[in-house]
Ligand binder design. Structure first.
Ligand code: DCB
Length: 273
């Protein structure tokens, strides 16, 4: 599962919420730390403290955990590259001996951003900051158009080991065309990780698009591609896994789950059994 923005729904990324998610069969938790929208750039210390508490809880529950530098309104990661370097340097120092920790260095580049002039050089700098402490940790790299332009990365990949590329999709918006692009990238040897997807349209609402989501998850399973679902919170929007008013700490009963959450959590327990 992926959290929603910690600055808004941090109560759903508590140690208890993460333990409840593990109980449902999830083996990876993504800690979505927005940079803009009132996130890290406006309150770095409290955001960092929330991130480390969530990461520690995920490790405690024997899960993988993704530290997500959740750029969105700040579509070009280069805008805040020095903040990213110092944040990831601190994280890599703290978690240098924790192989469960993955670093997602730019959620979704968007707007007038390019792979070659923006995202790739950004990634080179942040990867270097992480590698100073954590030479082998898995690092996840996004791409332009909200991490859909993996063909650009496939044509001009980064140098180095243990790097993967994220592909994000929303079942009500994206379909066969993006899957074809994934197969082409895989055929070129690009390692992929779907670190965020939703059962809704790309804006987080609309639908719910469960048939399309099933087609997507079957496609990912057939290729052994890992995923995190957006998102664990009780916001009144289709992509939220919990109904408004669900207890933040869990455990959650069927009646706490939204249609999206019921679908996603059933796929989790099926995978774990
Ligand atoms: C991504 C973002 C994520 C966003 C979801 C759903 O954005 F990574 O932060 O989450 O997809 O849109 C939404 C929340 C809302 C919140 C809003 C702003 O669900 O509650 O109000 O973020 O913080 C995408 C992904 C794809 C596309 C567009 C966006 N796309 N987008 O393909 O057009 O515009 O945010």
């Amino acid at each position: 599962m992926s959290s929603h923005g910690l600055q808004w729904y941090g109560q759903f990324a508590s140690a208890q919420a993460i333990a409840a998610t593990a109980e449902y069969g999830a083996n990876v938790f993504r800690v979505a730390m927005y940079t803009g929208e009132g996130g890290y750039l406006s309150q770095p210390q409290s955001m960092q403290a929330q991130v480390t508490a969530a990461v520690d809880a995920a490790i405690e529950n024997d899960m993988y955990v993704i530290i997500d530098w959740h750029i969105l309104s700040d579509g070009n990661p280069m805008e805040n590259v020095s903040h990213a370097e110092s944040f990831f340097s601190a994280m890599a120092q703290r978690y240098q001996n924790a192989p469960a920790v993955l670093y997602e260095i730019c959620n979704e580049p968007n707007g007038s951003v390019t792979w070659g002039r923006d995202v790739k050089p950004y990634a080179q700098r942040v990867i270097q900051a992480i590698r100073a402490y954590s030479p082998r940790a898995v690092i996840l790299v996004g791409s332009p158009t909200w991490s859909q332009d993996i063909h650009l990365a496939a044509a001009d990949p980064l140098e180095g080991e243990n790097l993967m590329y994220t592909l994000h999709f929303y079942a009500g918006t994206h379909g066969a065309q993006l899957r074809t692009r994934m197969d082409a990238a895989l055929a070129q040897g690009l390692p992929l990780f779907v670190s965020e997807w939703g059962t809704s349209r790309a804006d987080g609402s609309g639908g719910v698009f469960l048939e399309q989501a099933e087609t997507w998850l079957d496609f990912l399973d057939q290729r052994g591609i890992s995923w995190c679902n957006w998102s664990l919170c009780d916001k009144s929007e289709t992509s939220a896994a919990l109904r408004p008013g669900a207890p933040p700490k869990g455990p959650w009963s069927q009646s706490d789950l939204s249609p999206s959450g019921a679908f996603v959590f059933s796929r989790l327990s099926a995978a774990g059994s």
